[in-house]
Design a protein around this ligand. Structure first.
Ligand SMILES: [Ca+2]
Ligand SMILES: [Ca+2]
Ligand SMILES: [Ca+2]
Length: 330
């Protein structure tokens, strides 16, 4: 080689610099990283002039197959504690395959969390089959034990529902936490743990920075509304006094109070006309607003034979309503 020869060395790679750096950061979650099984190949080139003209030579090619990282994240999708009554409730979670290979994840729900006011019963774990983010009974698939997701592609996101039953003993304002854990089906462990030949294309599967396991908690808060009725009567006799004599007008007032938290459905107030009295037509009122006696568009209906009824519908605590009507003593 002559004294004036000059040498330039260039690197080329089929994967590019960004992909190569992604491959080298082996301990962080690999969302969007190089897909497991990818071959990263590298050949060096030397070009020079030996006095007889420019020449180029290549090195041998070094080939590296990217191993599979196992990583997962899990978060609660509920905006806050889920309000519920005793009975069925749903907690919503989001699972992401943060690894760089296809992987299934085992799911385990734990309702017995320290500090709970009560523990729920976990009925099922379900997958958001129609992808609308809401649990749809009969549409979204229920997993059978041992619960696990299907094999998820790298970076894919899955909505998971935990279906629970709140016990009848739960009372207003009590809370309960349910922990959901997702773990890679291939295995979990300290970051860097190797599962030889269990990755893509027979490569290794290596536990990533998440440990290939994630836990998220959902919370329930009980809202139990209770209804209280109070009835009172005011008498006005024909002589301007308050005696109960024939011809006395009795004005009944029924106050309904809904307290606690949550909603009561189809709240209805009924009262029979007492024996020895006659309903005074046109006197039924709700919160001092007259209601017609007929069964029509308003909330009330009244007759001497059937008594009075006022339908308040679904009512959310705290709520108060006052129903009044008159009867005349026979
Ligand atoms: Ca895998
Ligand atoms: Ca759904
Ligand atoms: Ca009416």
């Amino acid at each position: 080689m002559t004294r004036n020869a000059h040498i330039n060395i260039a690197l080329s790679t089929i994967c590019g610099a960004a992909a190569l750096s992604g491959f080298m950061i082996a301990t962080s979650a690999q969302a969007n990283g190089v897909t497991a099984g990818t071959l990263i190949e590298n050949t060096a080139v030397a070009s020079y002039d030996d006095g007889a003209g420019p020449r180029t030579i290549n090195s041998n090619t070094v080939s590296v197959r990217v191993d599979e990282l196992l990583d997962v994240t899990l978060t609660s999708r509920d905006p806050g504690p889920v309000g519920t009554r005793p009975g069925d409730a749903v907690l919503t979670f989001e699972l992401t395959n943060q690894g760089n290979g296809p992987e299934a994840f085992r799911l385990l729900a734990n309702p017995a969390v320290a500090g709970n006011d009560f523990d729920v019963v976990v009925r099922s774990i379900a997958i958001d089959s129609n992808g609308n983010g809401v649990y749809d009974a009969g549409v979204d698939a229920l997993l059978t034990a041992p619960e696990a997701t299907a094999v998820l592609a790298p970076d894919s996101v899955l909505t998971v529902f935990v279906l629970v039953t709140v016990p009848d003993t739960a009372t207003d304002t009590q809370t309960s936490i349910v922990d959901l854990t997702a773990e890679a089906a291939t295995g979990t462990g300290a970051p860097g743990t190797v599962f030889a030949a269990l990755g893509v294309d027979g490569g290794d599967a290596i536990v990533g920075g998440t440990g290939a396991i994630a836990t998220a908690r959902g919370q329930l808060v009980v809202g139990v509304a209770s209804v209280e009725l109070t009835k009172s009567v005011v008498l006005r006799d024909p002589f301007g006094g308050t005696s109960a004599v024939p011809g006395t007008i009795a004005t009944f007032t029924i106050v309904a109070r809904v307290s606690g938290a949550g909603t009561v459905n189809d709240l209805s107030i009924t009262d029979a006309i007492p024996d020895g009295t006659t309903y005074a037509p046109g006197t039924l009122a709700l919160d001092s607003v007259a209601l017609s006696d007929a069964a029509d568009g308003d909330a009330g209906v009244a007759s001497d034979a059937a008594g009075i009824a006022v339908s308040l519908g679904d009512v959310t605590a705290a709520f108060t309503a006052s129903v009044t009507f008159n009867v005349v003593i026979d």
